[in-house]
Design a protein around this ligand. Structure first.
Ligand code: AP5
Ligand code: MG
Length: 230
């Protein structure tokens, strides 16, 4: 029996829309590598690498890190053996030049983006979500919310007992700048992918389970269309 075609997914959406929450679930559901530029850059800052040194000041302000840094980080990963059956990207691309760099790298590899999932969430909800977010110090893809998704024991990760922390860029002033950056530099990607016919909207106000189910529905439809040769 032939294997399933590769699945190359992009999760797009404003800060706090639930990209990380869904990315963590989808990587298990589809057994694909998950690359979140925010997590990768935060780890680089923590480890004091050259990339981390360059990224730190931008991230602290909620500005975008220069394109050449993030493009390098992702290009390296998608062409690796691990990503040969597909990948899930969270937080990349975030600017038109990043999207163009990804398009040309994918065509060099003779591959295509399968779908872009845009998680829509209104601004007032974003502020509530980021205000109560806690992430695991050991593994940042373990994400909680003090009200909407609390851990069993306050301040402790259910999965690996790591300490739960508030992200440095979840300060109100920095959140405002992250949202402004999203509107100015990332929203143009909605048209970029819509024009290519691969943009899919998901209502991110629903529960995490409902959002996940909707994303599965989108992928199931794409698979069916592929099988029917549409
Ligand atoms: P990054 O880490 O990507 O931050 P972001 O895009 O601002 O997004 P967040 O991680 O804040 O939100 P999320 O959508 O993952 O939501 P989450 O699932 O956590 O980037 C950080 C920085 O890195 C950038 O500012 C920039 O400096 C730099 N950077 C990264 N990529 C870059 C790039 N490509 N180019 C340049 N610079 C780059 O959920 C949020 C909260 O809501 C959680 O508490 C969660 O429990 C809760 N929640 C989630 N879903 C639901 C739901 N359905 N209902 C109720 N609560 C929910
Ligand atoms: Mg995230």
């Amino acid at each position: 029996m032939p294997g399933l075609p590769e699945l190359n997914l992009i999760l797009l959406g404003p800060p706090g829309s639930g990209k990380g929450t869904q990315g963590e679930r989808l990587q298990e559901d589809f057994r694909l590598p998950y690359y979140a530029t925010g997590d990768i850059l935060r780890a680089a800052v923590k480890d004091g690498t050259e990339v981390g040194e360059r990224a730190r000041e931008y991230m602290d302000r909620g500005d975008l890190v220069p394109d050449e840094v993030t493009i390098g980080v992702i290009a390296e990963r998608i062409q690796g053996e691990e990503a040969s059956d597909g990948f899930i990207l969270d937080g990349f691309p975030r600017t038109v030049p990043q999207a163009e760099a990804l398009d040309s790298r994918m065509s060099e590899l003779r591959r295509e983006i399968t779908a872009v999932i845009l998680i829509d969430v209104p601004e007032e909800e974003i502020l509530r979500r980021l205000g109560g977010r806690r992430t695991c110090e050991k593994n940042p893809s373990h994400i909680y919310h003090v009200e909407f998704d609390p851990p069993e024991k306050e301040g402790v990760c259910d999965i690996d007992r790591g300490k739960l922390i508030v992200r440095d860029d979840d300060e109100p002033e920095v959140i405002r700048n992250r949202l402004a950056q999203y509107r100015e530099k990332t929203e143009p990607l909605i048209d970029h992918y819509d024009e290519r016919g691969i943009l899919n909207h998901v209502d991110g106000k629903q529960s995490p389970d409902e959002v996940e189910e909707r994303i599965h529905g989108i992928i199931a439809t794409l698979r069916r269309e592929e099988e029917e040769g549409m």
